[in-house]
Design a protein around this ligand. Structure first.
Ligand code: SAM
Length: 224
């Protein structure tokens, strides 16, 4: 079997960690150096697609929908959102690691069909937390997949996103009838309760890693 080749490495801003992009034939993975397993693998994106289809379902016929995605990863959530939304939508995608954006414009872009190049995409290089804090009543859907889930992995700073303050900022960044969606590698009843305590209605949806309905089970919380 062919071996993986390292295509690029990138420091994680504000952290000691490093992201690594690897390729083997038509398979790409993004790993965190020194951490077992993949942060992302191009062969498994059913749950990343579902994050967008579930969060944007109510916007299929909406004009001028405005949505926020954090982070970009391999671009699957972004591609699925663009597929669901109309031509006059605007999708802001916040990505902490500048090199991830470059990889998506370059060798990695083919896996999701180069969604960063879509005219409706606006890339914000930086922390999605900043975007949440600086935009009030701005988005019809907010999709957050910046980490392994409430337990974190990439960056300790991401704990804020899953904290009371972070959730309240995300709620404040929603337009009327907007939806928040959080991806997580595994279920976490404490996080469901936290969302409810903040006054949000919550639905936890189990999704599979593979598009064919197979593979590991992940969770998407929809909150409104
Ligand atoms: C699991 S991947 C996202 C996968 C994505 N849903 C997809 O479809 O490929 C997580 C991404 O979030 C980025 N990230 C981590 N912390 C972030 C933050 N605070 N703000 C924005 N992006 C962040 C990582 O660099 C990584 O690219």
């Amino acid at each position: 079997m062919a071996r993986f080749t390292v295509l690029g490495t990138a420091p994680i801003p504000g952290q000691k960690g490093q992201l690594r992009l690897l390729q083997r034939n038509d398979e790409f993975t993004i790993k965190i150096a020194g951490v077992p397993g993949d942060l992302m693998n191009s062969r498994m994106h059913g749950s990343e697609d579902a994050l967008a289809t579930l969060a944007c379902e109510h916007l299929v016929n909406s004009d001028n929908a405005r949505v926020l995605i954090g982070g970009l990863g391999m671009g699957f959530t972004l591609a699925a959102a663009l597929k669901t939304l109309k031509d006059n939508a605007l999708v802001t995608v916040a990505e902490l690691v500048p090199e991830v954006v470059e990889w998506n414009k370059g060798p990695l872009g083919c896996v999701a069909g180069y969604p960063v190049n879509d005219a409706r995409t606006m890339v914000h290089v930086g922390d999605v937390g900043e975007v949440l804090r600086n935009n009030k009543a701005s988005f019809d859907a907010i999709m957050l997949d910046v980490d392994n889930g409430p337990e974190g992995l990439t960056s300790k700073d991401n704990d804020w996103i899953y904290s009371d303050h972070g959730i309240k900022s995300a709620k404040a960044a929603l337009r009327e009838n907007g939806i928040l969606a959080y991806w997580s590698a595994s279920d976490d009843t404490a996080f469901s309760k936290k969302l409810q305590k903040i006054g949000l209605k919550v639905k936890a949806v189990t999704v599979r890693a593979h598009t064919a309905g197979k593979g590991a089970k992940h969770v998407i919380w929809l909150a409104w």
